[in-house]
Design a protein around this ligand. Structure first.
Ligand code: SF4
Ligand code: MG
Length: 336
């Protein structure tokens, strides 16, 4: 059968006055029902823009899909009309955005915003939509939903608004839930609750989750697979275990060393990655990570690495990804 979602060598560039921005530059992965994919990288690595492209939200100038394909249940999303895409976004693939305040309309009551998709895509009456909105608020753990459904976004706390966003995304039982840093603005306890909630929903509905985050620690326990992105492309992809315990890319090593919990032990000091991601207009000629990579040698500055893939499908874009002597530099994340 088909994968639920198959992204195949997707490339999307922005054509700007300053030049061509290689925002998405060869992203490939597959996702099946019930799976969770973690997409990890610093801000500006292309995580969000890749998924906005997949949602069909960037298909007009200056953005242009240059190559590749996006297959949902075996059908190319690139061949869908704008109307079909709107339907897919309302029913099948939903995205929770970073900041609930920008995605919720401040002048409409929560109930109306929750019910809008159901009225639009499912033909619910106003009354049915209101009842379902109350149900959804209850589902995401908002107390007193009969009252809250008639309130406005500003009457909700940050954590509660994030729950409303999840309720909104779940309203039409999507097959795929894309969550873009849904917890960054929240405190740790609420973060944990939101993630738990998403996982409960997943167990009930069998939907797939794509979790976008700059913090590898956030997806440590929840993801089945992880894609690490840098400069608009995946630099490493594998199961969560492969990424944590058998990583083959120095950028991933840097992300692991930046997870606060990794530094509890004094022998493993917290070491942020120095420098900044490159401009996506003028990418360095060789490995895009070379200017920041502590292990870079001449060939890294000259030649872009190809993907090196293991038998299990774990791949890495580093010249030395299959060199056992080199892999000894990986952080010591002994399994416990
Ligand atoms: Fe570092 Fe070279 Fe590997 Fe790039 S190819 S990640 S610069 S060692
Ligand atoms: Mg982002």
């Amino acid at each position: 059968g088909h994968h639920l979602l198959e992204v195949d060598n997707l490339k999307m560039y922005f054509h700007t006055q300053d030049g061509v921005v290689h925002a998405v530059d060869g992203v490939s992965y597959t996702l099946d029902r019930g799976e969770t994919l973690g997409v990890v990288g610093e801000s500006g690595s292309g995580k969000s823009v890749t998924h906005m492209t997949i949602m069909g939200l960037i298909d007009m100038p200056p953005g242009k899909i240059e190559d590749g394909d996006i297959l949902y249940r075996g059908e190319s999303l690139l061949e869908k009309s704008e109307e079909e895409m709107r339907h897919i976004r309302g029913n099948d693939i939903a995205m929770i955005f970073q900041d609930p305040m920008t995605s919720l309309n401040p002048v409409y009551k929560i109930g109306r915003q929750l019910g809008e998709g159901l009225r639009l895509h499912r033909g619910y009456t106003k009354q049915q939509a209101q009842e379902r909105a109350i149900e959804l608020l209850r589902l995401v753990g908002i107390p007193n939903p009969e009252k809250r459904v008639n309130e406005y976004p500003h009457q909700f706390s940050g954590g509660m608004r994030q729950r409303v966003m999840i309720a909104m995304a779940l309203a039409c039982d999507p097959d795929i839930l894309i969550a873009d840093e849904p917890t960054t603005a929240l405190d740790v306890t609420i973060q944990a609750q939101i993630i738990e909630l998403m996982q409960e929903m997943q167990q009930k509905n069998g939907n797939a989750i794509i979790m976008i985050t700059h913090d590898l620690g956030v997806v440590a326990d929840m993801a089945d697979k992880i894609m690490v992105m840098y400069a608009g492309r995946p630099v490493e992809f594998g199961t969560a275990d492969e990424i944590f315990y058998e990583s083959r890319h120095p950028y991933t090593w840097g992300l692991i060393r930046s997870i606060p919990e990794q530094a509890v032990d004094e022998k493993k000091p917290l070491t942020p990655i120095h420098g900044n991601p490159p401009s996506l207009v003028n990418l360095p000629k060789g490995c895009p990570f070379a200017p920041r990579c502590p292990y870079a040698v001449d060939v890294c500055h000259e030649q872009a690495p190809e993907y090196i893939t293991t038998e299990t499908g774990h791949y890495s874009a580093c010249h030395f990804a299959d060199d056992p002597a080199f892999l000894k530099f990986a952080p010591d994340t002994s399994r416990s």
